[in-house]
Design a protein around this ligand. Structure first.
Ligand code: F0G
Length: 374
C-alpha cells in the first residue's frame, strides 16, 4: 500500500489542529488557541483486515483513541473551547455519553474556565467518568438517557452563564473535519469508502464536510462513500424513527434521537453511502478481533465499523447490509476508530474476572497457561 507519511505531517504532529488547518477553521488571528496538541493520529494500514476483504483492497484504521483525552472529540473541542473563550465564556456545558465530557473537562481546565457535564446515570464507561473527575468538571448524573440530558443542556444553553460544547455547536463540527484532511493528505487522495460509528451523528457530518472542503479546495478529486454504523438497539437513523429507550453495550453511541440526524442523512445520500446496524455481539467480537488481529485496542462503539467490515467480508452477495459485493477490487477503505479501549474496562470485565490466581510455582503456572490458551 502506497502511503506517504509526509514530512509535512511530521512537522505538524503535536501542534494541534488549529495550527495545522487554520485556513479551514472559523478562527481569527486574535482567537486564543486552547490546544492540547490534538490530531495527527496514525492512519494504520491493517494487513489482516485487508486480507479479510481480499481482492487487493487496502484497509486503514484511523486511530483516534490516540488524541489527548483518548477520543476524536478533542479535534472539535479545541475549536469550540477556543471560540467560547474568545466570546468570554466562563463555564462550558455539555451532555455526554462520556467522551465529550472528558474532552470538554480537559480543554476547560486548559483554558482555566469551568465545565459542567450532564450524564446518563450508570451508563458512562468508568474510564470516561474518571477523566471528568480528574479534570475537575462539575458532574451531574440524571435518571435518564443521553437524549434527555441533551435536551436539558439545550435549555440551559439559553442562559448567558453556559457555553454549549456539544456537536450542536458548529465549531465542534469544524474542528472534527480535520481528520478527513489528514486522511486525504496521507493517502494522497480521498479513500473509496469511509466507515465510522454513528451516535449523535456529528462526526459523520464533520467528515463529509471535511471531504467536501478538500474537494472544493482542489486538494482531493473525489469523495468517499460514507458508511455509518449504529448499534442495533440504538439505530434511529437506520430504522427511520426515534428510539425512545436505546440500549447497547456500546454506551458511547447509546442515542435514540441524534442531533445531526438530517445532516447525516444528507452525507450518506450525497456520497452514495449507507447507514447500517451491527449487533452488540458483533461489536464485542470485532473489538477482540481488532485488538488481537491488528494490535489496536478500541472501545466498543469504535468497533462498530470493524464489525460491519468483517461481516461484509463474509457476504459475497448483495444483501440489505454493507457487503463485499458493493466493494470494487482495489478499493481503499478507511475505518475511523473513535475512542481508546482503556476507557471502557467494563467491556472486558468478565474475562478479567475469570482469571484466578494459582499457587506460586512453575507447574501451576504452566498448567494455568495451558488452560488459558484460547
Ligand atoms: N464513538 C465514540 C467513542 C463516541 O464517543 C461517539 C459519541 C461516537 C462514536 C459517535 O459520534 O455522536 O458524532 O455520531 N460520543 C458522544 C459523547 C455522544 O457524548 O461522547 P457522533
Amino acid at each position: 500500500m502506497n502511503i506517504s507519511t509526509s514530512d509535512d505531517a511530521a512537522r505538524w504532529r503535536g501542534r494541534g489542529v488549529i495550527a495545522r488547518y487554520r485556513a479551514y477553521l472559523p478562527v481569527a488571528e486574535t482567537t486564543p488557541v486552547i490546544s492540547l496538541g490534538e490530531g495527527g493520529t496514525p492512519l494504520i494500514h491493517s494487513p489482516r483486515l485487508s486480507a479479510a476483504i481480499g481482492r487487493a483492497c487496502g484497509v486503514f484504521v484511523k486511530y483516534e483513541g490516540l488524541n489527548p483525552t483518548g477520543s476524536f472529540k478533542d479535534r472539535g473541542m479545541t475549536v469550540a473551547v477556543s471560540k467560547a473563550v474568545e466570546r468570554g465564556a466562563k463555564m462550558l456545558i455539555c451532555a455526554s455519553t462520556g467522551n465529550t465530557s472528558a474532552s470538554a473537562a480537559a480543554y476547560a481546565a486548559r483554558a482555566g474556565i469551568g465545565c459542567a457535564v450532564v450524564l446518563p446515570a450508570g451508563k458512562i464507561a468508568s474510564g470516561k467518568m474518571v477523566q471528568a473527575v480528574a479534570y475537575g468538571a462539575r458532574i451531574v448524573t440524571i435518571e435518564g438517557n443521553f437524549d434527555q440530558a441533551l435536551e436539558i443542556v439545550r435549555a440551559l444553553g439559553q442562559r448567558d452563564d453556559f457555553a454549549i460544547v456539544n456537536s450542536i455547536n458548529p465549531d465542534r463540527i469544524g474542528g472534527q473535519k480535520t481528520a478527513a484532511f489528514e486522511i486525504v493528505e496521507e493517502l494522497g487522495e480521498a479513500p473509496d469508502f469511509h466507515l465510522l460509528p454513528v451516535g449523535n451523528a456529528g462526526n459523520i457530518t464533520a467528515y463529509w464536510a471535511g471531504y467536501e472542503d478538500f474537494c472544493n479546495a482542489g486538494k482531493a478529486k473525489r469523495r468517499p462513500k460514507m458508511i455509518g454504523f449504529q448499534a442495533a438497539g440504538a439505530a434511529p437513523i437506520f430504522r427511520g424513527e426515534i428510539v425512545v429507550r436505546p440500549e447497547t453495550v456500546a454506551t458511547a453511541i447509546r442515542i435514540g434521537k441524534p442531533a445531526s440526524w438530517s445532516q447525516a442523512k444528507r452525507a450518506i445520500a450525497d456520497s452514495g453511502g449507507m447507514i447500517d446496524i451491527v449487533s452488540d455481539e458483533e461489536i464485542l467480537e470485532a473489538q477482540r478481533w481488532l485488538a488481537r488481529g491488528e494490535g489496536i485496542f478500541v472501545e466498543p462503539a469504535s468497533a462498530a465499523p470493524i464489525a460491519g467490515l468483517l461481516r461484509a467480508a463474509g457476504a459475497e452477495k448483495v444483501t440489505a447490509h454493507f457487503s463485499a459485493a458493493s466493494i470494487p477490487d482495489g478499493s481503499r477503505i478507511v475505518c475511523t476508530v473513535t475512542g481508546h479501549g482503556l476507557k471502557d474496562p467494563e467491556a472486558l470485565a468478565s474475562a478479567i474476572a475469570a482469571a484466578r490466581p494459582v499457587p506460586p510455582n512453575e507447574t501451576a503456572v504452566l498448567r494455568a497457561l495451558d488452560t488459558a490458551r484460547s
